[in-house]
Design a protein around this ligand. Structure first.
Ligand code: IVH
Length: 675
């Protein structure tokens, strides 16, 4: 909360709290609707409104007509011409759980059927057509008066200028900025030194309300339409499903994933299906809209001041909220990168409790100027680690403490370095730094490397602290007797670890190269190097040019490889492992066990494909002998990225997994034949 916010603990305070909340909500409404620049995440705003509404419920005499508790949106900016609506442009009530959905359905009083649509997180627009021609487009404004954005909307794909029939019609929909467009736009802005736009919704709002339509056109906005509000055509349309089909038939873009659901059970299934799937789309969706399919019944049920009774917005738990920074901790990674992590007051995000957020690297910490005590916006999307998006600097009390990077490694005291052109600050002590030694050992035995079962972080800590092991070479000298003498180490665990370490001797060279943890050498590069050179000695004897010429490798990787093998620590490691009898050879590739062009591949299909549904594409993978995965993991070998691929594609890149487009995919599964 802001400085000096009254708490509402006693009755007098409650009135002050009411005044304060009204003012805050008005301020946030103006920032969001008028300036397209929200000051806080939706979750924080929703909390303020909910509290205001709760107070309004208990003190009906407090609310006046201009109270924000009674209002939808905010009046428009002055520069665009006002448009008065003949019927109010309503908003929706929210449901956040299965129980709230059930309560909504009970209020409506029917079992179903329902039409469930994706809730596009964009900007509501009303379009008026006369005899099939687009005459007017308006934003929602405060629901009674909007802004004339006709010239700008006319520049949007998905909004026909001329319908396929000469109808008088009023329709409603959502204008949005595709995520891929936002990314491109922000890349341009950053190259010009301008701050990036925070999110697609605000970018869309800003683009739509430009006074110069040429700017709107250049931004690449899009729109989905979902409601026929008025017109003779409406009378003959019995259901919402039919309305969507009619809209599409008239030439409007309609979000294609809507579904008719018979009852609560079916609606809930749809809710579950889209919880994660929505992240793969090229547009932001913050939930679903559940609408009574029968439009006659919906009209009879009517609306309250704010929202129709026959529809509700189901909101997924927010990905974004506000937390307080309690501390900033540095961790030293395997490669020496020093990563700051913010410790946070607990906050629920996307269904989990978050207490930490990565600040990724020094640049982000510096750019955001995150201070201990700050209130910050935290975001968690899908499987991604939570991150700090921004600092609520307006809420600073003056007691927050700016962060200064230490000059030395928090683990070993070595002076930290920042190489030119690099974002990370690193500890250059390599294996003499205990943190890097620890992370290096954990990595050596990890799944993608030598896969030593039982060598997890707890065991590594124990081995290091008892002095039994300092480098991977020492693992090969461990005996079951010595291990069994350690605390928490039974004879069976000891035997198993010794056996697992012994088995790691015969892993192929490609895995050993991964295990070395050479910078820029992940599984893909290691496989390429091992395939090309066949032996570790061959690789070590090769010139930098020869290494750089291997497909998928390049001068930067080649230099990193050379640096690793010429450093004393790298040389000691190689000679120690040689003495320990570790295999340095890559076996000849085995004959393909299963026929089919995708045999041995673990494939993830993500994004929208033009030629088939995702299910069909996955069926094609199976038919070609491959395996299908829903999430990108270290086991994934191939990612098929369609239009609008998002976090899975990012992850695939981070894990250096091969990514192909749709066309390449079909040519591979069909051996050159398109389906
Ligand atoms: S129906 C009177 N359907 O969500 C009912 N709204 O939180 C009109 N929205 O103001 C709304 N996608 O701007 C409807 N498929 C959809 C939607 C949708 C996005 C927006 C709309 C509305 C807000 C309510």
């Amino acid at each position: 909360m802001s400085a000096g916010a009254p708490t509402g603990a006693d009755p007098q305070d409650e009135r002050r709290r009411w005044d304060w909340l009204s003012q805050e909500v008005r301020r946030h409404q103006a920032a969001y609707h008028r300036d397209d620049a929200p000051l806080v995440p939706d979750a924080e705003y929703d909390r303020l409104v909910a509290e205001l509404e709760e107070l309004a419920g208990r003190h009906p005499d407090w609310a006046s007509a201009d109270s924000p508790a009674e209002q939808v949106g905010a009046p428009g900016r002055a520069a665009l011409a006002p448009v008065r609506f003949t019927r109010p442009v309503l908003s929706l009530n929210n449901a956040r759980s299965r129980q709230e959905l059930e309560e909504f359905m009970a209020r409506v009083g029917v079992v179903g059927p329902w039409v469930v649509e994706l809730k596009i997180d964009g900007l509501s627009v009303i379009l008026r057509y006369q005899r099939g021609r687009l005459r007017l487009a308006a934003t929602r404004g405060d629901g009674a008066t909007g802004e004339d954005v006709t010239a700008n909307v006319a520049a949007i794909a998905g909004v026909p200028h001329q319908l396929s029939e000469p109808l008088d019609l009023e329709v409603r929909g959502e204008v949005y900025l595709p995520r891929t467009r936002l990314r491109a736009l922000n890349a341009e802005r950053e190259s010009r030194g301008e701050p990036p736009l925070a999110n697609p919704r605000n970018a869309a709002a800003g683009s739509l309300r430009q006074l110069d339509p040429a700017i709107t056109a250049a931004r690449g906005l899009a729109a989905f339409l979902y409601e026929i509000r008025d017109g003779a055509a409406l009378a003959s349309i019995p259901t919402q499903g039919a309305a969507l089909e009619r809209l599409a038939g008239l030439g409007f873009a309609v979000e294609p994933h809507w579904q008719r659901c018979a009852d609560l059970e079916a609606v809930w299934e749809f809710v579950q299906e889209w919880r994660e799937r929505r992240r793969e789309l090229d547009y932001d969706t913050d939930g679903l809209v559940v609408k009574l399919d029968d439009l006659g019944e919906a009209a009879r049920l009517g609306a309250t001041q704010k929202a129709p009774r026959a529809a509700v917005a189901f909101k997924y738990p927010p990905d974004e909220d506000v937390a307080t920074v309690r501390g900033i901790r540095l961790t030293v990674g395997r490669t020496g990168a020093v990563t700051p992590t913010a410790e946070l007051s607990p906050v629920r995000l996307a269904g989990t409790t978050v207490t930490r957020a990565s600040l990724h690297n020094a640049n982000i910490l510096e750019r955001l100027d995150v201070r201990v005590g700050d209130r910050v916006v935290v975001r968690k999307a899908g499987e991604v680690i939570p991150e700090i998006v921004s600092v609520l600097t307006a809420e600073r009390q003056g007691t927050e403490v700016p962060y200064t990077y230490p000059a030395t490694c928090p683990e070993c005291g070595t002076p930290l370095v920042r190489e030119p052109g690099e974002v990370d600050i690193r500890c250059p002590a390599a294996l003499t730094c205990p943190a890097q030694r620890r992370e290096g050992l954990i990595h050596y035995g990890s799944r993608g490397a030598l896969d030593i079962a039982g060598l997890g972080d707890k065991t590594v800590d124990l081995l290091l602290s008892t002095g039994l092991v300092a480098t991977p070479v020492d693992l090969y000298a461990l005996t079951a007797d010595r291990l069994a003498a350690l605390p928490r180490f039974g004879p069976l665990a000891a035997e198993n670890l010794v056996r697992a370490v012994a088995a790691s001797r015969s892993q192929p060279l490609s895995r050993l190269l991964v295990a070395f943890g050479i910078r820029h050498v992940g599984e893909r590069v290691a496989a390429a190097l091992a395939r090309h050179f066949r032996t570790l000695d061959g690789l070590m004897a090769a010139s930098a040019d020869e290494v750089a010429s291997v497909p998928g490798v390049g001068p930067v990787i080649a230099e990193s490889v050379a640096a690793f093998f010429s450093a004393p620590a790298g040389q000691a490691l190689v000679s120690g492992l040689r003495q320990a009898g570790v295999n340095f050879v890559e076996p000849e590739p085995a004959a393909e066990p299963v026929p089919g062009p995708m045999a041995g591949q673990s494939v993830v299909v993500t994004g929208a494909l033009a030629g088939a549904s995702r299910r069909e594409a996955e069926a094609a993978v199976l038919a070609a002998g491959g395996r299908v995965q829903s999430a990108v993991t270290r086991q994934t070998t191939l990612v098929v990225a369609g239009e609008g691929a998002g976090s899975k594609l990012d992850r695939a890149r981070a894990l250096e997994i091969e990514v192909i487009d749709e066309q390449e995919f079909w040519s591979r599964v069909a051996n050159g034949r398109m389906p």
